[in-house]
Design a protein around this ligand. Structure first.
Ligand SMILES: CSCCC(=O)C(=O)COP(=O)(O)O
Ligand SMILES: [Mg+2]
Length: 235
């Protein structure tokens, strides 16, 4: 079946691990305490903080210091917890707006995304980073604002990336047959979950990563994804 849509991960797939771990996460950690202090009364922030307290099993009246400390611990251990990811996205908004950093993309990514979209392939993102964080990253790249290339964005509100039902939900939302969608990721467990839901899968081996990807075919960059697409459409 022809591939009609691509669903892509971000960290380790379109963008470097180092950008997320060495730029985005430290920025969020540094700015979190002041961000909470300044914005705690805004409804969207108050709601995410309440969700974080619930998720952490804290008393709803737990102090601000306690919840900030939990959020920092979650960040340090890279927990993919929805309220944390939502708050990180709001904090990064300030960083992008003030030009503290740009959304990192590997050099092969923007040209391939443009070519695939022009060729009629629908593009979607599925990342543990919040939808807002995904849109910010693609809106602030050195290649310009790439958000118009995408037909949709999905985050942990759709479910965890290692859970096959999340991919089934995405298929339902985008109205595509499983075999018409190609999922790109650098994480074996995510590829396994997508394959269980019937999606086609391709592992990204960026920067010399040689993890075992089991039965999933692998490529080193998006140019090789393009070659894979060309081979699949000629079969
Ligand atoms: C949306 S950019 C921030 C990435 C992030 O917060 C993260 O947890 C990375 O998750 P991914 O699913 O893209 O590997
Ligand atoms: Mg990844």
């Amino acid at each position: 079946m022809k591939i009609e849509a691509i669903l892509t991960d971000i960290e380790g797939t379109t963008s470097s691990l180092s950008f997320v771990k060495d730029v985005l996460f430290p920025y969020a950690a540094d700015h979190l305490p002041a961000f909470v202090r300044c914005h705690r009364d805004e409804s969207r922030v108050a709601e995410w903080l309440a969700d974080a307290r619930r998720e952490a099993g804290l008393d709803p009246a737990a102090s601000e210091d306690e919840i900030v400390s939990v959020l920092l611990d979650w960040m340090a251990s890279d927990r993919k917890v929805t309220p944390l990811k939502a708050l990180q996205g709001l904090i990064w908004e300030q960083g992008y707006a003030s030009g503290d950093f740009h959304g990192h993309l590997y050099p092969d990514v923007a040209p391939c995304l443009r070519a695939w979209q022009a060729a009629g392939i629908a593009l979607y993102v599925y990342s543990s980073g919040s939808v807002r964080a995904q849109q910010l990253l693609f809106a602030h790249t050195l290649d310009g604002d790439l958000t118009p290339l995408f037909s949709g964005f999905f985050d942990t509100r759709t479910g965890g990336k290692r859970d096959s039902t999340s991919y089934a939900r995405i298929l339902e939302r985008i109205g595509r047959a499983p075999a018409a969608v190609l999922f790109l990721s650098d994480v074996r467990e995510e590829l396994d979950a997508a394959a269980t839901a019937g999606l086609r899968t391709l592992a990204l081996r960026r920067e010399g990563v040689w993890d075992t990807f089991g039965d999933h075919p692998s490529v080193i960059d998006f140019n090789e994804v393009a070659a894979f697409l060309a081979r699949s459409s000629s079969r």
